[in-house]
Structure formats: C-alpha cells, structure tokens
Design a protein around this ligand. Structure first.
Ligand code: PBG
Length: 327
C-alpha cells in the first residue's frame, strides 16, 4: 500500500466540505461593539487612529446603537467622556453623568440589546489614572469605594452588565457587595480579569482622552510577560463574584485566553483592543492586507483560542461580512 493512507487534503477539497468540518465558529451572537459617548448634541468627532469610530453625543449614539442592534449584534460596551475631569473622577459616578444619560437614552429607545458599561476612573480623572492618586501613587483601597459607586450608578441608570477595567485588587468584591446592597443583585459583572499594561491601547487613549498625565499603568495593569499570574487574577475575580472574565488585549494574548478557558471553563470574553483594530485598518489602507479576510481570520483565531465573546471595533463590519457569507 502506498503512503499516505490518511490525506488531510481530502477534507479540504471544497468549501462545502470545509464548512462541515470547521471547528471554531464565528457568529454575530458573540460580538460586542464599543462606543464612546460625549456631551452635547449632534456631535460626531471621528477618532483619527480608529477610522469609522467616533466620539458621539447621546442623540447620535442612539442612532448608531440602533443600527448596531439591527445588524444582530447583541451587546455594546460604553465608555464616557466627561464634561470636566477632577482628581477623583466625580462624573464617573454622577447620576446625570454622560454614561448614565446614555444608558437611559439607549434603554428607552432600543430593545433586546445588552448594555455593558466600562467601570473605571481614568477617563474622568484629571491625572488620567484609574484610581485615587496620593503622593504620585495610585492608591488601591480608597479607589474601591469610588468604583463601587460608579458600578451602582450605571446599574441604576439601567446598565445590564458592568465591566470593571481598573485592575485594582478587590474591586470585584467591593462592586458585588455594593450592587447587592442597592438591590441590584441581578446585575452581572464582567471583570477585566487579565488586563495587561499594553501599548496596544494607544488609539483608545486618543478616543477616550484618558492617557495618564504622569507615569504609566504598569503599577496596576499586568506585565505582558506573565501568564501564570493571569490565572491567579482570574481565580481571584471569580472568587469575588465575577460572572464572566475578560482577557485583554486579544491577539498577542491568545495563549492566555486558551489557558483561562481550559483552567476555569467559565464564560470568557476577549477584548480585541484599539491598537489591533488600528494596525489592520492602517495596513488595509496601504493596500498591504485584505481587510475583510484578515479581520475574519483574527476574530476566528480569538474564538479558536477560547473566547466566548469578543469585544471588537470590527463588530459591525464582521456582522455584515458574516451575513454576506450566509447568502
Ligand atoms: C481603561 C480602559 C482602557 C481600555 C479599555 N478600558 C485603556 C487603558 O487601560 O489605558 C482600552 C481599550 C482599547 O484599547 O481598545 N479604563
């Protein structure tokens, strides 16, 4: 008998057979689209390094969110730009803060859409750090109460899920407790459990105007070199009551996604961050990469690595591309 008996190419012969044996599946059901909301009316400020993404006032945001929902995308993630920043990020937990207003407006006009809010202080603080700063250092415990207030104010405004991204120790427990005490025990927490101190956040900081005014975030976000530590972070957040955990960024951290999924078997989200989006957009503009095919390959790889959900600025493009493929 001649070798080989098993020829892997037999199952690659046609799209029909490839479709049948495909392992990782990308579906619109797994996509979450991020948005940036700002004060004013009729505001649509394009973010230079994130083509197609804008800082939007609430009225414009509602329009875009409706369009997003009509594509079948089940969830959005909201970030806010406050009218004023101060040392303790007051607008982050104000009843009439920009995110709180946006959540109410969306909830009043779009049904069947999950509204997730990013819980953090960096967009709201004058120093741009994710917590209270004392003598040049970000203090952990004094920040926890503020984060809990942010989460409660979002949930009271109608947020369906809160997503703390600050990386303070113990914040999931403090948010869970505060939500429960406010009668919001049904509000789930999506914890940015393994969030790395990454240069891939560059474009986001332009979008959210949240760059730290001194130093960097390496004293609270994770060292990109660490993998075991990510598992400890996830274990802590689950112990503290996280309903879902996130790994962020995605592409350069697929091993972390894989390990988290394998070790814990809980719902895992991946955040394909602004820099991942910007890299592909830029290369596509130069004609160096095929945007749609590369996008779908990236997102499929993130699924294959273990992500149940993917937060991506490509959510709408991906939804359209997937719809096209079904035809
Ligand atoms: C901070 C936050 C950041 C992102 C999401 N939440 C930036 C940071 O930590 O500096 C980055 C998202 C992206 O790059 O797309 N609250």
């Amino acid at each position: 008998m001649s070798y080989p008996i098993y020829r892997p190419r037999r199952l690659r012969q046609s799209e029909t057979i490839r479709r049948m044996v495909r392992e990782a599946r990308l579906s619109v059901d797994q996509l979450v689209m991020p948005f940036f909301v700002t004060h004013g009316r009729g505001v649509r400020r394009e973010i230079g390094s994130m083509p197609g993404n804008h800082q939007l006032s609430v009225d414009e945001l509602v329009r875009e969110v409706k369009e997003t929902a009509s594509l079948g995308i089940p969830a959005i993630l909201l970030f806010g730009l406050p009218a004023e920043k101060d040392a303790v990020g007051s607008e982050a937990y104000a009843r009439d803060g920009i995110v709180q207003q946006a959540v109410r407006a969306i909830k009043n006009s779009v049904s069947d859409l999950l509204v997730i809010t990013d819980v953090c202080l960096c967009e709201y603080t004058s120093h741009g750090h994710c917590g209270v700063v004392e003598r040049g250092r970000v203090k952990n415990d004094p920040t926890l109460d503020l984060l809990a207030k942010v989460a409660v104010s979002h949930a009271e405004a109608g947020a369906d899920m809160v997503a703390p991204s600050d990386m303070m120790d113990g914040r999931v427990a403090s948010i869970r407790e505060a939500l429960d005490e406010s009668g919001l025990e049904e509000t789930p927490i999506l914890a940015y459990a393994a969030k790395y101190a990454s240069s891939f956040y560059g474009p986001f900081r332009e979008a959210a105007e949240s760059a730290p005014q001194f130093g960097d975030r390496r004293a609270y976000q994770m060292d990109p070199a660490n993998g075991d530590e990510a598992l400890r972070e996830v274990a802590l957040d689950l112990d503290e009551g996280a309903d879902m955990v996130m790994v962020k960024p995605a592409m350069a951290y697929l091993d972390i996604l894989w390990r988290v999924k394998a070790e814990f078997g809980v719902p895992v989200a991946a955040y394909s961050v602004s820099g991942e989006f910007a890299m592909l957009k830029a290369a596509a503009r130069l004609g160096w990469l095929d945007e749609e095919r590369t996008m779908l390959e990236m997102l499929t790889a993130i699924r294959r690595a273990g992500a149940d959900l993917i937060v991506t600025y490509f959510a709408r493009d991906a939804a359209r591309a997937l719809r096209q493929q079904e035809r």
